[in-house]
Structure formats: C-alpha cells, structure tokens
Design a protein around this ligand. Structure first.
Ligand code: BTN
Length: 269
C-alpha cells in the first residue's frame, strides 16, 4: 500500500503502535534536511524519551563518518530519542540493538534474512539495506541518545549506488529484494516494538552481552578481512572476534592484534 500523505502515515502508525514507552510522541514530516539533525537540535525539554521523528524524504541525510545519506521518497528515515541512565560506553550496544531490531523487523514483514556487519550495517545478500547512526548529546547532566535509522525500503537502489564516491559497500533496497512494495507503517511498527523490548529488557538493565549475542548470531563479521577507520587511521586485517565491550578484535597484516572501538559523534553543548 502506498500512502498518499504524511498524516495518513502518522494516523496509521499511531493506531498500530501498542508500545508503552517508545513512540508516544511521533512527528512525521514530508521533508526535512535530516531527521537526525532536527532531533539533535531539539531543546532538552523537547527531547522526550521515546520521541520518533520521521521524514518522507531528507534533503541532507547524514551518514556515519561525515558521509551523506541519500534519502529519496519511499525510504524509512527516522530518528528516535533515548534518555538512558547508562554510561556512554554502552552506546555501541545501542547500535547493535538497532541493527538487530531492524533485521528482525525485516524478517517479520518480508521473511528475508539479513546479516549484520560491524558496527551498524544491515545487509541482504552482502548489500547494505540499512544503516544506523547513533549520536550522543551531553547537555549538562542530561544524556540524550539519538538513534537514526536509514532503511532503503521502497527506493531505487541505483539512486544510492550512483552516489557512492568511495569503495563503500553497495546498496540494495527492500523492495528490490522482496520484489514488492513494503508496507512502511508495518515495518516501522515492527522496528519500534523490538526496540522497546530490547531497550528496556536488555540495554537499560545492563544486559549488553545478551545484545551482543543476538547481534553475533546474525553477523558474519568474524573471520572476514576488514578495513576499519578507528577515528585516527585506517587499519586492515582479519576480524578475530567481537570483544565484550563491542569492539572489533583484528589481526593486522604485520601479525599484531588491534582492538578497534567505534565511537559515534559525541557532541557537548
Ligand atoms: C550509515 O552511515 O550507515 C548510517 C546512516 C543513517 C541514516 C539515517 S536516515 C535517518 C537519520 N537521519 C539522518 O540524517 N541520518 C539518519
């Protein structure tokens, strides 16, 4: 089903969502520069836990490590606010949790099995269908985590691939893999349901190893050759394991072992 306007989308989502804590406030826009940027700039008092911001298209979608994110109409572009009590060291698990939630939601709606690539990619058949971007905003004593989910749902994968400027992984879309238009409201609901469960049952109670296990079960990262930018330099080697703190343990070509920790954008204001 293709929806005619955003308010229909919101009304249907509000009706379907049965979550207790996430998605109590949902804003749906026809167009934004970036949902992530919009949410990051919200004043503290409007950064209410569980708030969801969705844009039908983004003019300046933001990807990881300063990349842009192609966000035409038909994709699922959303940012969710979490106001956690846990340490920022657990932020990487927020990304793992996001990727697991998206993969399970895709399985639920389309029966397609995804694989997960460290730290934040969801793949179908080796091609990226979704990326997760986590920002941490520290505002005095307040900690606001903004999880951005960019899911190439009903878009042309070529619109993304044409814009790849580096050797980034190729993109696909859910419609392409599924062979049919995907119901965006159902997909959104399925993601938010799982996020609520994993956030409250696991992440906020400190069960990060359970999240890591779920992530590992769906990942084929271990054993792969990888090139990783660790914030300072690009290193290449073979992935030996994912450590308990979520970092990537690699054996480099010179035989040395390196642990690569992913840090998202941490902003102070
Ligand atoms: C990545 O680089 O893999 C992460 C991409 C995250 C894109 C999403 S789309 C919704 C939210 N708004 C943005 O501008 N970026 C994130």
């Amino acid at each position: 089903m293709i929806r005619s306007n955003e308010s229909d989308f919101k009304a249907e989502l509000d009706m379907l969502l049965k979550t207790n804590r996430l998605g109590k406030i949902v804003h749906v826009f026809d167009e934004l520069d970036s949902t992530q940027d919009y949410v990051n700039k919200l004043p503290v008092k409007e950064s209410v836990n569980g708030t969801i911001v969705i844009a039908k298209r983004q003019k300046m979608g933001i990807g990881r490590i300063g990349r842009s994110w192609v966000s035409p109409k038909g994709g699922l572009w959303m940012s969710i606010i979490f106001r956690p009590g846990f340490s920022v060291n657990n932020v990487i698990f927020t990304q793992f949790m996001g990727a697991v939630a998206v993969a399970e939601a895709i399985m639920d709606v389309t029966k397609i099995r995804c694989t997960l690539k460290w730290p934040n990619d969801v793949l179908i058949d080796g091609k990226k269908v979704c990326g997760i971007l986590v920002d941490v905003n520290l505002q005095g004593n307040n900690k606001v985590i903004v999880m951005g989910i960019g899911l190439n749902a009903n878009i042309e994968a070529s619109s993304v691939n044409e814009n790849l400027t580096d050797n980034s992984i190729r993109a696909t879309s859910l419609r392409k893999e599924f062979g049919n238009e995907v119901d965006l409201v159902r997909l959104t609901k399925a993601i938010v349901d799982r996020l609520e469960y994993y956030y409250y049952e696991l992440l906020s109670t400190g069960k990060t190893l359970e999240i890591l296990d779920l992530w590992k079960k769906n990942s084929d990262t271990v054993g792969k050759q990888a090139t990783v930018f660790d914030g300072n330099e690009t290193v290449a080697g073979q992935v030996i394991d994912i450590e308990q703190d979520g970092s990537l343990l690699m054996k480099l070509s010179d035989g040395s072992i390196k642990s690569v920790t992913y840090y998202s954008n941490v902003n102070f204001r």
